[in-house]
Design a protein around this ligand. Structure first.
Ligand SMILES: Cc1ncc(COP(=O)(O)O)c(C=O)c1O
Length: 417
């Protein structure tokens, strides 16, 4: 049957909201997507029927416990974890990374080395820089090529040494949209004996995560970027999580994931996350080739395959049409042969026009885009754009359409005419 964008759009109530009669074009997706009705229903149901803390005997607490278990199991399927005990829920990626990096820090000594990259969102840089400051670690930076917007994988080996303990890198950039060869980088880091911490926040909405295939030790993502609620998720290799020192209160579980899930979780956030995983599984079964007997993982994988096809078509169209605007530069992969190495997050600048002016003009047309550094501070510095207002970021999601792309390109052209 194939990806039916109108059928997918019908699932999202926010897509039909009007502002004084005007339609909305949501291209602010890398900062958070809209949610389908099944996510809203899951969250409402949680608040209406299972609103209690865990560990008791009455119906609401029993149901809440079942829901929390179901959400862990859903995310385990989503990332292909070995089991639900490898899934740690938290407020967001940044908070989880600050938290787990402190636990990892208990294993480190002054003079140990960590590697961070200039392509990462600051959520996967500052927690490590501050840890280095606290413990006297040496920080090594992995740079990307500002012409190709890609890492030179062969250069990575130069940064590794017998003192490298942690490598923090991103799966896909939230600014350039570059998709990195994380599998190759992780393999090199692990060979050197380092722990690998992968930020998959921008990859998760666009491609199927397989932590076993990637081979990393930790991977983080944020359901609010893939059609779920504001929530963060960390996957960690079971033996490492079991070993890792937890910063926790004494009555909390000594086992993973409980020992890292400090305080009371957002049960409604977990319910919504379950709904987001079900959304991808629904696409896979309703529009794809998986049958009734398929596992949830198989259905999710098929959902991503279809969604990816649609998004790649939109991204190519966007990049091709933007190229017709004089003075416009796409800060990311544009070579049609390299499209497999980007996600549909397209950052642009136009000579002589401040990004905030373009974003403001688009907002007047009710087209939602972000401008600035988008917390990819090191990336805009490397690209020489920090003092120029960063970029305009046009971020596609699978509910966007070709006509939205065309309208957006026309609006960008008009804003700089
Ligand atoms: C690549 C990347 N990493 C990390 C984050 C931070 O995520 P969170 O808001 O869940 O802390 C973002 C948010 O935009 C991001 O794009």
């Amino acid at each position: 049957m194939g990806f039916d964008v109108e059928r997918v759009r019908a699932e999202f109530p926010a897509l039909s909201v009007l502002d004084e009669g005007r339609r909305r074009i949501y291209l602010d997706n890398p900062a958070g997507t809209q949610v389908p009705q099944r996510v809203i229903d899951r969250m409402t149901d949680c608040l209406v029927r299972t609103n209690a803390n865990l560990g008791g005997y009455f119906p609401t607490t029993v149901a809440a416990e079942e829901l929390v278990d179901a959400a862990h199991a859903a995310m385990a399927d989503f990332v292909n974890a070995s089991g639900p005990e490898e899934i740690v829920f938290g407020q967001n990626m940044t908070t989880l990374t600050f938290h787990i990096s402190r636990s990892i820090g208990r294993r480190l000594e002054p003079g140990d080395e960590i590697i961070v990259t200039r392509m990462d969102h600051d959520g996967n840089i500052s927690p490590w820089l501050l840890l280095a400051e606290d413990l006297g670690l040496t920080v090594r930076w992995y740079d990307f090529d500002p012409e190709t917007y890609e890492f030179d994988t062969s250069r990575f080996a130069d940064l590794l040494s017998e003192r490298t303990r942690v490598v923090a890198l991103n799966y896909a950039s939230n600014l350039t949209g570059t998709l990195n060869d994380v599998k190759a980088l992780v393999a090199m880091a692990r060979d050197a004996g380092a722990l690998t911490y992968v930020d998959a926040v921008q990859f998760a909405p666009h491609g199927l995560i397989d932590v076993r295939e990637v081979g990393c030790d930790f991977l983080v993502c944020s359901p609010y970027k893939f059609y779920g609620p504001h929530q963060g998720v960390l996957w960690g290799r079971e033996d490492i999580l079991e070993d890792l020192f937890p910063y926790k209160v004494r009555p909390a579980s000594p086992r993973s994931p409980g020992k890292f899930e400090t305080g009371t979780l957002s049960h409604e956030g977990l319910a919504g996350t379950l709904g987001a995983v079900e959304h991808f599984a629904w696409i896979g079964t309703a529009m794809g080739g998986v049958g009734e007997g398929a596992t949830r993982r198989e259905a999710v994988a098929e959902g991503f395959r279809l969604s990816h096809e649609h998004e790649t078509g939109l991204a190519s169209r966007l990049i091709e049409k933007l190229a017709g605007i004089p003075g416009l530069r796409v800060h990311g992969v544009t070579n049609p042969n390299r499209m497999a190495w980007r996600v549909p997050t397209v950052s642009i600048t136009v000579e002589g026009h401040a990004p905030k002016k373009i974003a403001g003009a688009l907002a007047k047309d009710n087209i939602f885009v972000w401008d600035g550094h988008n917390y990819a501070l090191e990336t805009v510095r490397k690209l020489g754009l920090e003092d120029k207002g960063g970029v305009v970021r046009i971020g596609l999601a699978h509910y966007n359409t070709a006509s939205e792309v065309d309208e957006t390109v026309s609006a960008v052209a008009a804003s700089v005419a």
